[in-house]
Ligand binder design. Structure first.
Ligand SMILES: [Zn+2]
Length: 269
């Protein structure tokens, strides 16, 4: 993930330098690369979101313009996870204290990982899961629906067999992927006339830049009905399809781009 992030603009570098300086975490004179933070699930609410008697930015602000990686997602306390909802939506976090309220930037990309069940083997082809249905249900319910709804790409990663891991063929180099990401970001900057990404599109911009053809509209309508997608899901699917189209260098969102975006959504039938 760190290897495919686009380079920081001068403006972003200065903004991050200010944040790290306030947090007392500045090493060197300026921040030169996008932050990737991975706090442990025992991290306190204040350390993650920010605050304290002398309000300081938390991990979500230290991940601004970069990545916040939360491993073992369901192990984080519920109140800590729920505190992520507002900043994920607004890109800022406000902490209130007797001394006043402070607003810190928090435009981060959330990457979260979790096992399918407490033992980790649910759905595994070679080893049976030893959890009871109740345990699995309880584990999977730890992360709330509204929070899951704010995560755009859900990907199941099955265990790799030995032959696959031992394959000599190298995977695509991160440098190459980074070039594609950088190019897609340039397309977006041109589209909006400023450094802004598709995920930050307003409803008006969404209508302008995520137009679907007749066939694609039918696909969307069908998926909405079948999977019970919310209005928020619909908007997020359109933004993700726009990005997939940008990465492919396509001006229009095709059925393939839309289908891929729909595939990444959590589905409830
Ligand atoms: Zn299990």
């Amino acid at each position: 993930m760190a290897g495919i992030l686009p380079d920081l603009s001068l403006e972003e570098a200065l903004e991050l330098t200010k944040i790290y300086s306030i947090a007392g975490k500045l090493t060197g004179s300026v921040v030169t690369s996008r932050p990737v933070r991975s706090p442990h699930h025992t991290t306190s609410n204040v350390a993650l979101v920010g605050g304290g008697a002398n309000p300081r930015p938390g991990e979500i602000t230290l991940s601004h313009r970069g990545i916040l990686f939360l491993d073992e997602f369901p192990e984080f306390p519920r109140n800590v996870l729920e505190a992520l909802r507002q900043p994920l939506e607004d890109g800022v976090v406000t902490v209130s204290r007797a001394s006043g309220s402070f607003t810190f930037p928090a435009k981060f990309t959330l990457v979260a990982a979790q096992n399918p069940c407490p033992c980790g083997y649910l759905g595994d082809l070679n080893k049976p899961c030893v959890c009871s249905p109740g345990q699995v249900f309880k584990y999977q319910k730890k992360v709330s629906g509204p929070l899951l709804d704010r995560i755009d790409l859900h990907v199941e990663v099955p265990r790799l067999p030995y032959e696959k891991m031992a394959e000599q063929e190298p995977a695509e180099d991160s440098k190459n992927i980074k070039l594609r990401v950088q190019k897609a970001r340039e397309v977006q900057a041109q589209r909006f006339g400023q450094a802004k990404t598709n995920s930050e599109m307003s409803i008006i911009e969404l209508k302008q830049y995520c137009k679907l053809g007749d066939a694609e509209q039918q696909v969307m309508k069908q998926a909405m009905k079948q999977y019970n997608f919310s209005g928020r899901s619909l908007h997020r699917i359109l933004k993700v399809s726009r990005t997939i189209a940008d990465l492919a260098g396509s001006e229009v969102i095709t059925g393939q781009h839309l289908g891929e975006a729909i595939m990444y959504r959590p589905k409830t039938e």
